[in-house]
Design a protein around this ligand. Structure first.
Ligand SMILES: Cc1cc2nc3c(=O)[nH]c(=O)nc-3n(C[C@H](O)[C@H](O)[C@H](O)COP(=O)(O)OP(=O)(O)OC[C@H]3O[C@@H](n4cnc5c(N)ncnc54)[C@H](O)[C@@H]3O)c2cc1C
Length: 232
């Protein structure tokens, strides 16, 4: 799996700061943009605004990623997040042989399971290539390709949607591959913009409790937190 941050909104801190100040200022946005403020002052305002639930400010900053080496099973989960843009490698226009992702559990289950897995992938690849050679169009030959098939995409998300998606998908309840994907997405944003990247945390870290049915132990369940509050 690889995740690269291709580009992102230039000067995102100043942009979010300008957007936030525009809400509370008589000045024109372009004037506010031209004013200088220290990084600390901009961060303080953005932190305050986000803490008060005024999350639309975050929608102004966009991040564009190159994602590769994830399975179609993972990309299927990914594109459920609707407030983002995706361009995915086509199986109609790009013909195999296909690469595939091997979940650690298949190899962890013992050598025989790992061998069977790779054998079936090889057989599917052979069938796929033979179908193409027999004149079956790629758009139909691909019907034999598995969920494991690896894919690549360009994904663009604004910061608000990134906060939401990283929050959901880095939870231990999320499937391992998409969890790993969004851990890496968060890591590349943190590397590029440490202050904004700090908003990209698992949802329990933001909430201060776990809103799942069972907690992994990192945070107590919401019901337990409410109980404690009531007992005070
Ligand atoms: C652990 C886990 C398990 C899952 N299991 C399943 C499963 O078994 N089956 C399954 O089908 N899905 C499953 N999902 C997918 C899940 O139901 C959501 O479709 C997915 O996480 C997208 O998130 P979202 O609904 O927050 O929407 P996003 O598309 O990420 O949108 C972000 C937010 O925008 C708002 N929004 C977006 N679109 C609309 C709209 N049309 N109307 C109103 N508000 C909108 C909502 O507030 C939403 O939270 C699972 C997700 C997770 C994290």
């Amino acid at each position: 799996m690889h995740v690269e941050l291709l580009s992102y909104t230039p000067d995102p801190l100043r942009l979010l700061y300008t957007a936030a100040r525009t809400c509370y200022s008589a000045g024109r946005p372009a004037e506010l943009w031209a004013e200088t403020a220290s990084a600390a002052a901009m961060q303080r305002l953005i932190e305050h605004i986000v803490a008060s639930g005024h999350h639309s400010i975050l929608e102004h900053a966009y991040f564009n990623f190159a994602l590769g080496g994830i399975s179609r099973s993972c990309s299927h989960q990914l594109v459920r997040h609707r407030l983002a843009s995706y361009s995915q490698q086509s199986q109609r226009y790009v013909e195999g042989p296909f690469d595939y992702v091997t979940p650690p559990s298949w190899e962890g289950a013992g050598e025989a399971w790992g061998r069977r897995y790779h054998r079936v992938m090889g057989e599917l690849n052979d069938l796929y290539r033979e179908a193409l050679a027999a004149g079956i169009p790629a758009e139909d030959a691909r019907f034999v390709l598995p969920n494991a098939c690896s894919t690549q995409l360009v994904m663009s998300m604004n910061l608000r949607q990134l906060v939401h998606t990283v929050g959901l998908r880095t939870c231990t309840r999320a499937q391992w591959e998409i969890r790993r994907l969004f851990e890496q997405v968060a890591a590349v944003v943190r590397q590029a913009e440490p202050f904004l990247g700090a908003f990209l945390v698992t949802k329990c870290e933001r909430l201060g409790y776990c809103d799942e049915r069972e907690s992994c132990g990192r945070y107590p369940l919401r019901a337990d937190v409410l109980d404690q509050e009531e007992r005070k």
